[in-house]
Write a protein that binds this ligand. Structure first.
Ligand SMILES: *Cc1c(COP(=O)(O)O)cnc(C)c1O
Length: 387
């Protein structure tokens, strides 16, 4: 038995293993709660990819975290195992009715060798908001964070250190009852998988072309728009596919009732700088509460720059452009952090934003957020958490 204390920069130096020798570490949650995660090391460590040619979502690390839920035991048997395919009965509930939630965050390697997570408490909190919405039992948030830290520590050699690279972390829960009737599952599995990722846009920030979607909608009031659940994304794929065919990278979603109010951009939150003021739609149930979104609002407030959460229409955006007041548009999310928009197309009317160049606010937010995430900038918000 070894003791692992988060925040002490101690590495799991378990020997590259002979077979499946089991190693047990005691993890202490920051609330002082103890977690026992059994660790089974892989016998077949994979070669690591070239850190300068990483593509999003294609490579997985050597291990994964796994935990089970049953009505009798609650969440139990959290453990780290070699990364492997799942074996599921074809009648497993998640495969039919999408009772699945997921999260996304990143671990960064700082210049002085520390491993940093960005606001993982917010991911844990949001995971339970998603869980509640689709009848998945809550997971203790300290436990979730301890599990994230543990799996990242075990696979820490996979955190790339080339510029703008990081280790993407994907926690998710699936419904595992084998039953084809439509009802909430009683049993679940929670996993965390990891993969090294490169910069979202090769060669740095580059403005995207966005098609305003006025047919399909992403979310409706009373639906699941505020939750990170698989079904939302299946429903959005056709729109994304049609936008790509027309030469656009993403769509801008409008509200589900009037198809007028701006909601999100692809799988990111949307920000518009109009006449010196930054606007983003409020969290009214159809918007995913992005952690990058929240961080952007807090940074702008901290800098004393006007920022408002309020509803506005696509007509407002086009009118502001006509009046020469539409200064910047950008999307925010974990994957790209800040993604400036260079062009919008709505009902065949194309407008260029800031001459398709990166705006000052977008660049400053990108530099500051990535600076904080990688430990280069000391933020005063306590957003980074050491593994
Ligand atoms: C994940 C996600 C976001 C961004 O959230 P972050 O926490 O900033 O990564 C925004 N919109 C949708 C639809 C998402 O799925």
């Amino acid at each position: 038995m070894e003791n692992y204390k988060p925040n002490q920069n101690r590495s799991f130096s378990a020997t590259p293993d002979s077979g499946l020798r089991k190693q047990i570490f005691l993890l202490k949650g920051s609330a002082g709660m103890g977690y026992d995660f059994k660790i089974t090391k892989t016998a077949n460590a994979k070669p690591k990819p070239d850190p300068n040619n990483l593509v999003f979502g294609t490579v997985s690390t050597d291990h994964m975290f796994e935990m089970s839920y049953s009505p009798e035991k609650g969440w139990h048997d959290g453990q780290i195992v070699p990364y492997a395919a799942l074996q599921l009965d074809p009648a497993t509930a998640v495969l039919h009715y999408a009772q699945l939630m997921f999260e996304g965050l990143k671990a960064y390697r700082s210049d002085d060798g520390r491993i940093l997570l960005f606001r993982p408490d917010k991911n844990a909190e949001r995971a339970n908001i998603s869980n509640d919405r689709i009848c998945i039992p809550r997971i203790d948030e300290e436990l979730m964070i301890a599990a994230i830290k543990a799996i990242v520590a075990v696979d820490q050699d996979w955190i790339p250190d080339a510029k703008d690279t990081s280790l993407y972390i994907r926690p998710f829960v699936i419904a595992t009852d084998t039953y084809l009737g439509v009802r909430p599952s009683s049993n679940f599995k929670f996993y965390i998988i990891l993969g090294p990722v490169g910069p979202y846009y090769k060669g740095g920030l580059s403005p995207t072309r966005i098609l305003v979607e006025d047919n399909y909608v992403r979310a409706v009031s009373g639906g699941t728009g505020f939750a990170k659940v698989g079904g939302n994304y299946a429903a959005s794929l056709i729109s994304q596919q049609e936008a790509l065919k027309k030469g656009y990278q993403q769509v801008l979603w409008l509200d589900g009732i009037e198809r007028r109010y701006v909601e999100e951009i692809g799988t990111s939150n949307a920000f518009f700088k109009i006449d010196g003021e930054v606007l983003t739609p409020p969290l009214t149930g159809t918007i995913l509460p992005g952690i990058t979104r929240d961080s952007v609002i807090k940074l702008l407030q901290h800098w004393g720059e006007p920022v408002k959460e309020e509803r506005f229409t696509i007509e407002d955006v086009y009118k502001a452009h006509e009046a020469g007041k539409l200064e910047e548009v950008f999307a925010t999310g974990t994957a790209a952090v800040i993604s400036p928009v260079g062009e919008l197309c709505w009902k065949d009317k194309v407008i260029l934003i800031n001459d398709s160049k990166i705006g000052k606010t977008s660049q400053k937010l990108y530099d500051t957020l990535t600076g904080i995430q990688t430990g280069k900038i000391k933020g005063q918000f306590g957003w980074t958490v050491e593994v």
